[in-house]
Design a protein around this ligand. Structure first.
Ligand code: PEP
Length: 266
């Protein structure tokens, strides 16, 4: 039987949550993740004010936690910014960088995202680097050009450390719209990203490639069965414990090889 890469499912809570309601969600995810096969990693990227709560409720569980952004600066007079080292202070593992909402609403360029990825790595966090095209770019046939340039900026900046990142392909038109990319569309872009990573060497080729954009319990298995999709970055569905855990369970089934082994990674 062909070997499956390990799977990783990461929740992106965005600007959702309150101290009171977070508790039930975090506790449910921590308990539910306990029964997943060991080949499945689970994490939640929470708003920074809730990192301490995530640490308190998730420490000792299978679930890791992280932030949704980090500052490009190490520290200093940058009002409102949160340094990667501060995120690490709360035991975090991951930091999302370059989410399309940051690129669009905060004007973050590919080079600026690359600096943030480097900051996260230097602090000891694993950056989850998001790349993705808009609908107009897809319709103009520019998907590979766009995501390739976004990825290249990070690979160039990180050089020998490029193998230490996670990449998430998130087509902008699929985020929060209920309209996921089909598994074929997603796999095509993932295969392209994989080849771009592989051009940097064998260890970089194995960087986990997550898909994000309207992943739900109903489509997760089909997406995760694709040979170059190593898991998911989950927005809306990560706010509902049953849905998030069902997506994690789908990753578990694929990782265990109980479904879809035929198209697994050799
Ligand atoms: C996201 O914002 O990273 C995301 C994938 O959102 P959703 O799952 O809600 O489309």
């Amino acid at each position: 039987m062909a070997k499956q890469r390990a799977k990783l499912v990461v929740g992106n809570w965005k600007m959702h949550g309150r101290l009171g309601s977070n508790r039930a969600l975090l506790e449910a995810v921590a308990i539910g993740a306990g029964s997943l096969p060991e080949q499945v990693g689970v994490a939640v990227c929470v708003p920074c004010p809730y990192l301490a709560q995530a640490q308190a409720l998730l420490a000792g569980s299978r679930v890791k936690w992280g932030s949704q952004d980090v500052s490009a600066h190490q520290g200093g007079a940058y009002t409102g910014e949160v340094a990667a080292e501060m995120v690490l202070d709360f035991g975090a593992t991951y930091a999302i960088v370059g989410h399309s909402e940051r690129r669009e609403y905060h004007g973050e360029s590919a080079e600026f995202v690359a600096v943030k990825a480097q900051r996260a790595l230097l602090a000891g966090l694993t950056p989850i680097v998001c790349v993705g095209e808009t609908l107009a770019q897809r319709e103009a046939g520019e998907t590979e050009q766009v995501v390739g340039a976004q990825l290249d900026a990070v690979l160039k900046k990180l050089a020998d450390d490029a193998a230490k990142i996670v990449v998430a392909y998130e087509p902008v038109w699929a985020i929060g719209t209920g309209k996921s990319a089909t598994s074929t569309e997603a796999q095509q872009v993932h295969a392209f990203l994989r080849s771009r990573l592989a051009a940097q060497g064998a260890t970089v080729a194995d960087v986990p490639l997550l898909y994000g954009g309207s992943v739900k319990p109903g489509n997760a298995g089909e997406l995760f069965r694709q040979p170059d999709i190593d898991g998911g970055l989950i927005g809306g569905a990560s706010l509902v414990d049953e849905d998030f855990l069902a997506i994690c369970a789908a990753a578990g089934e694929v990782a265990r090889g109980t479904v879809g082994a035929a198209d697994a990674t050799p």
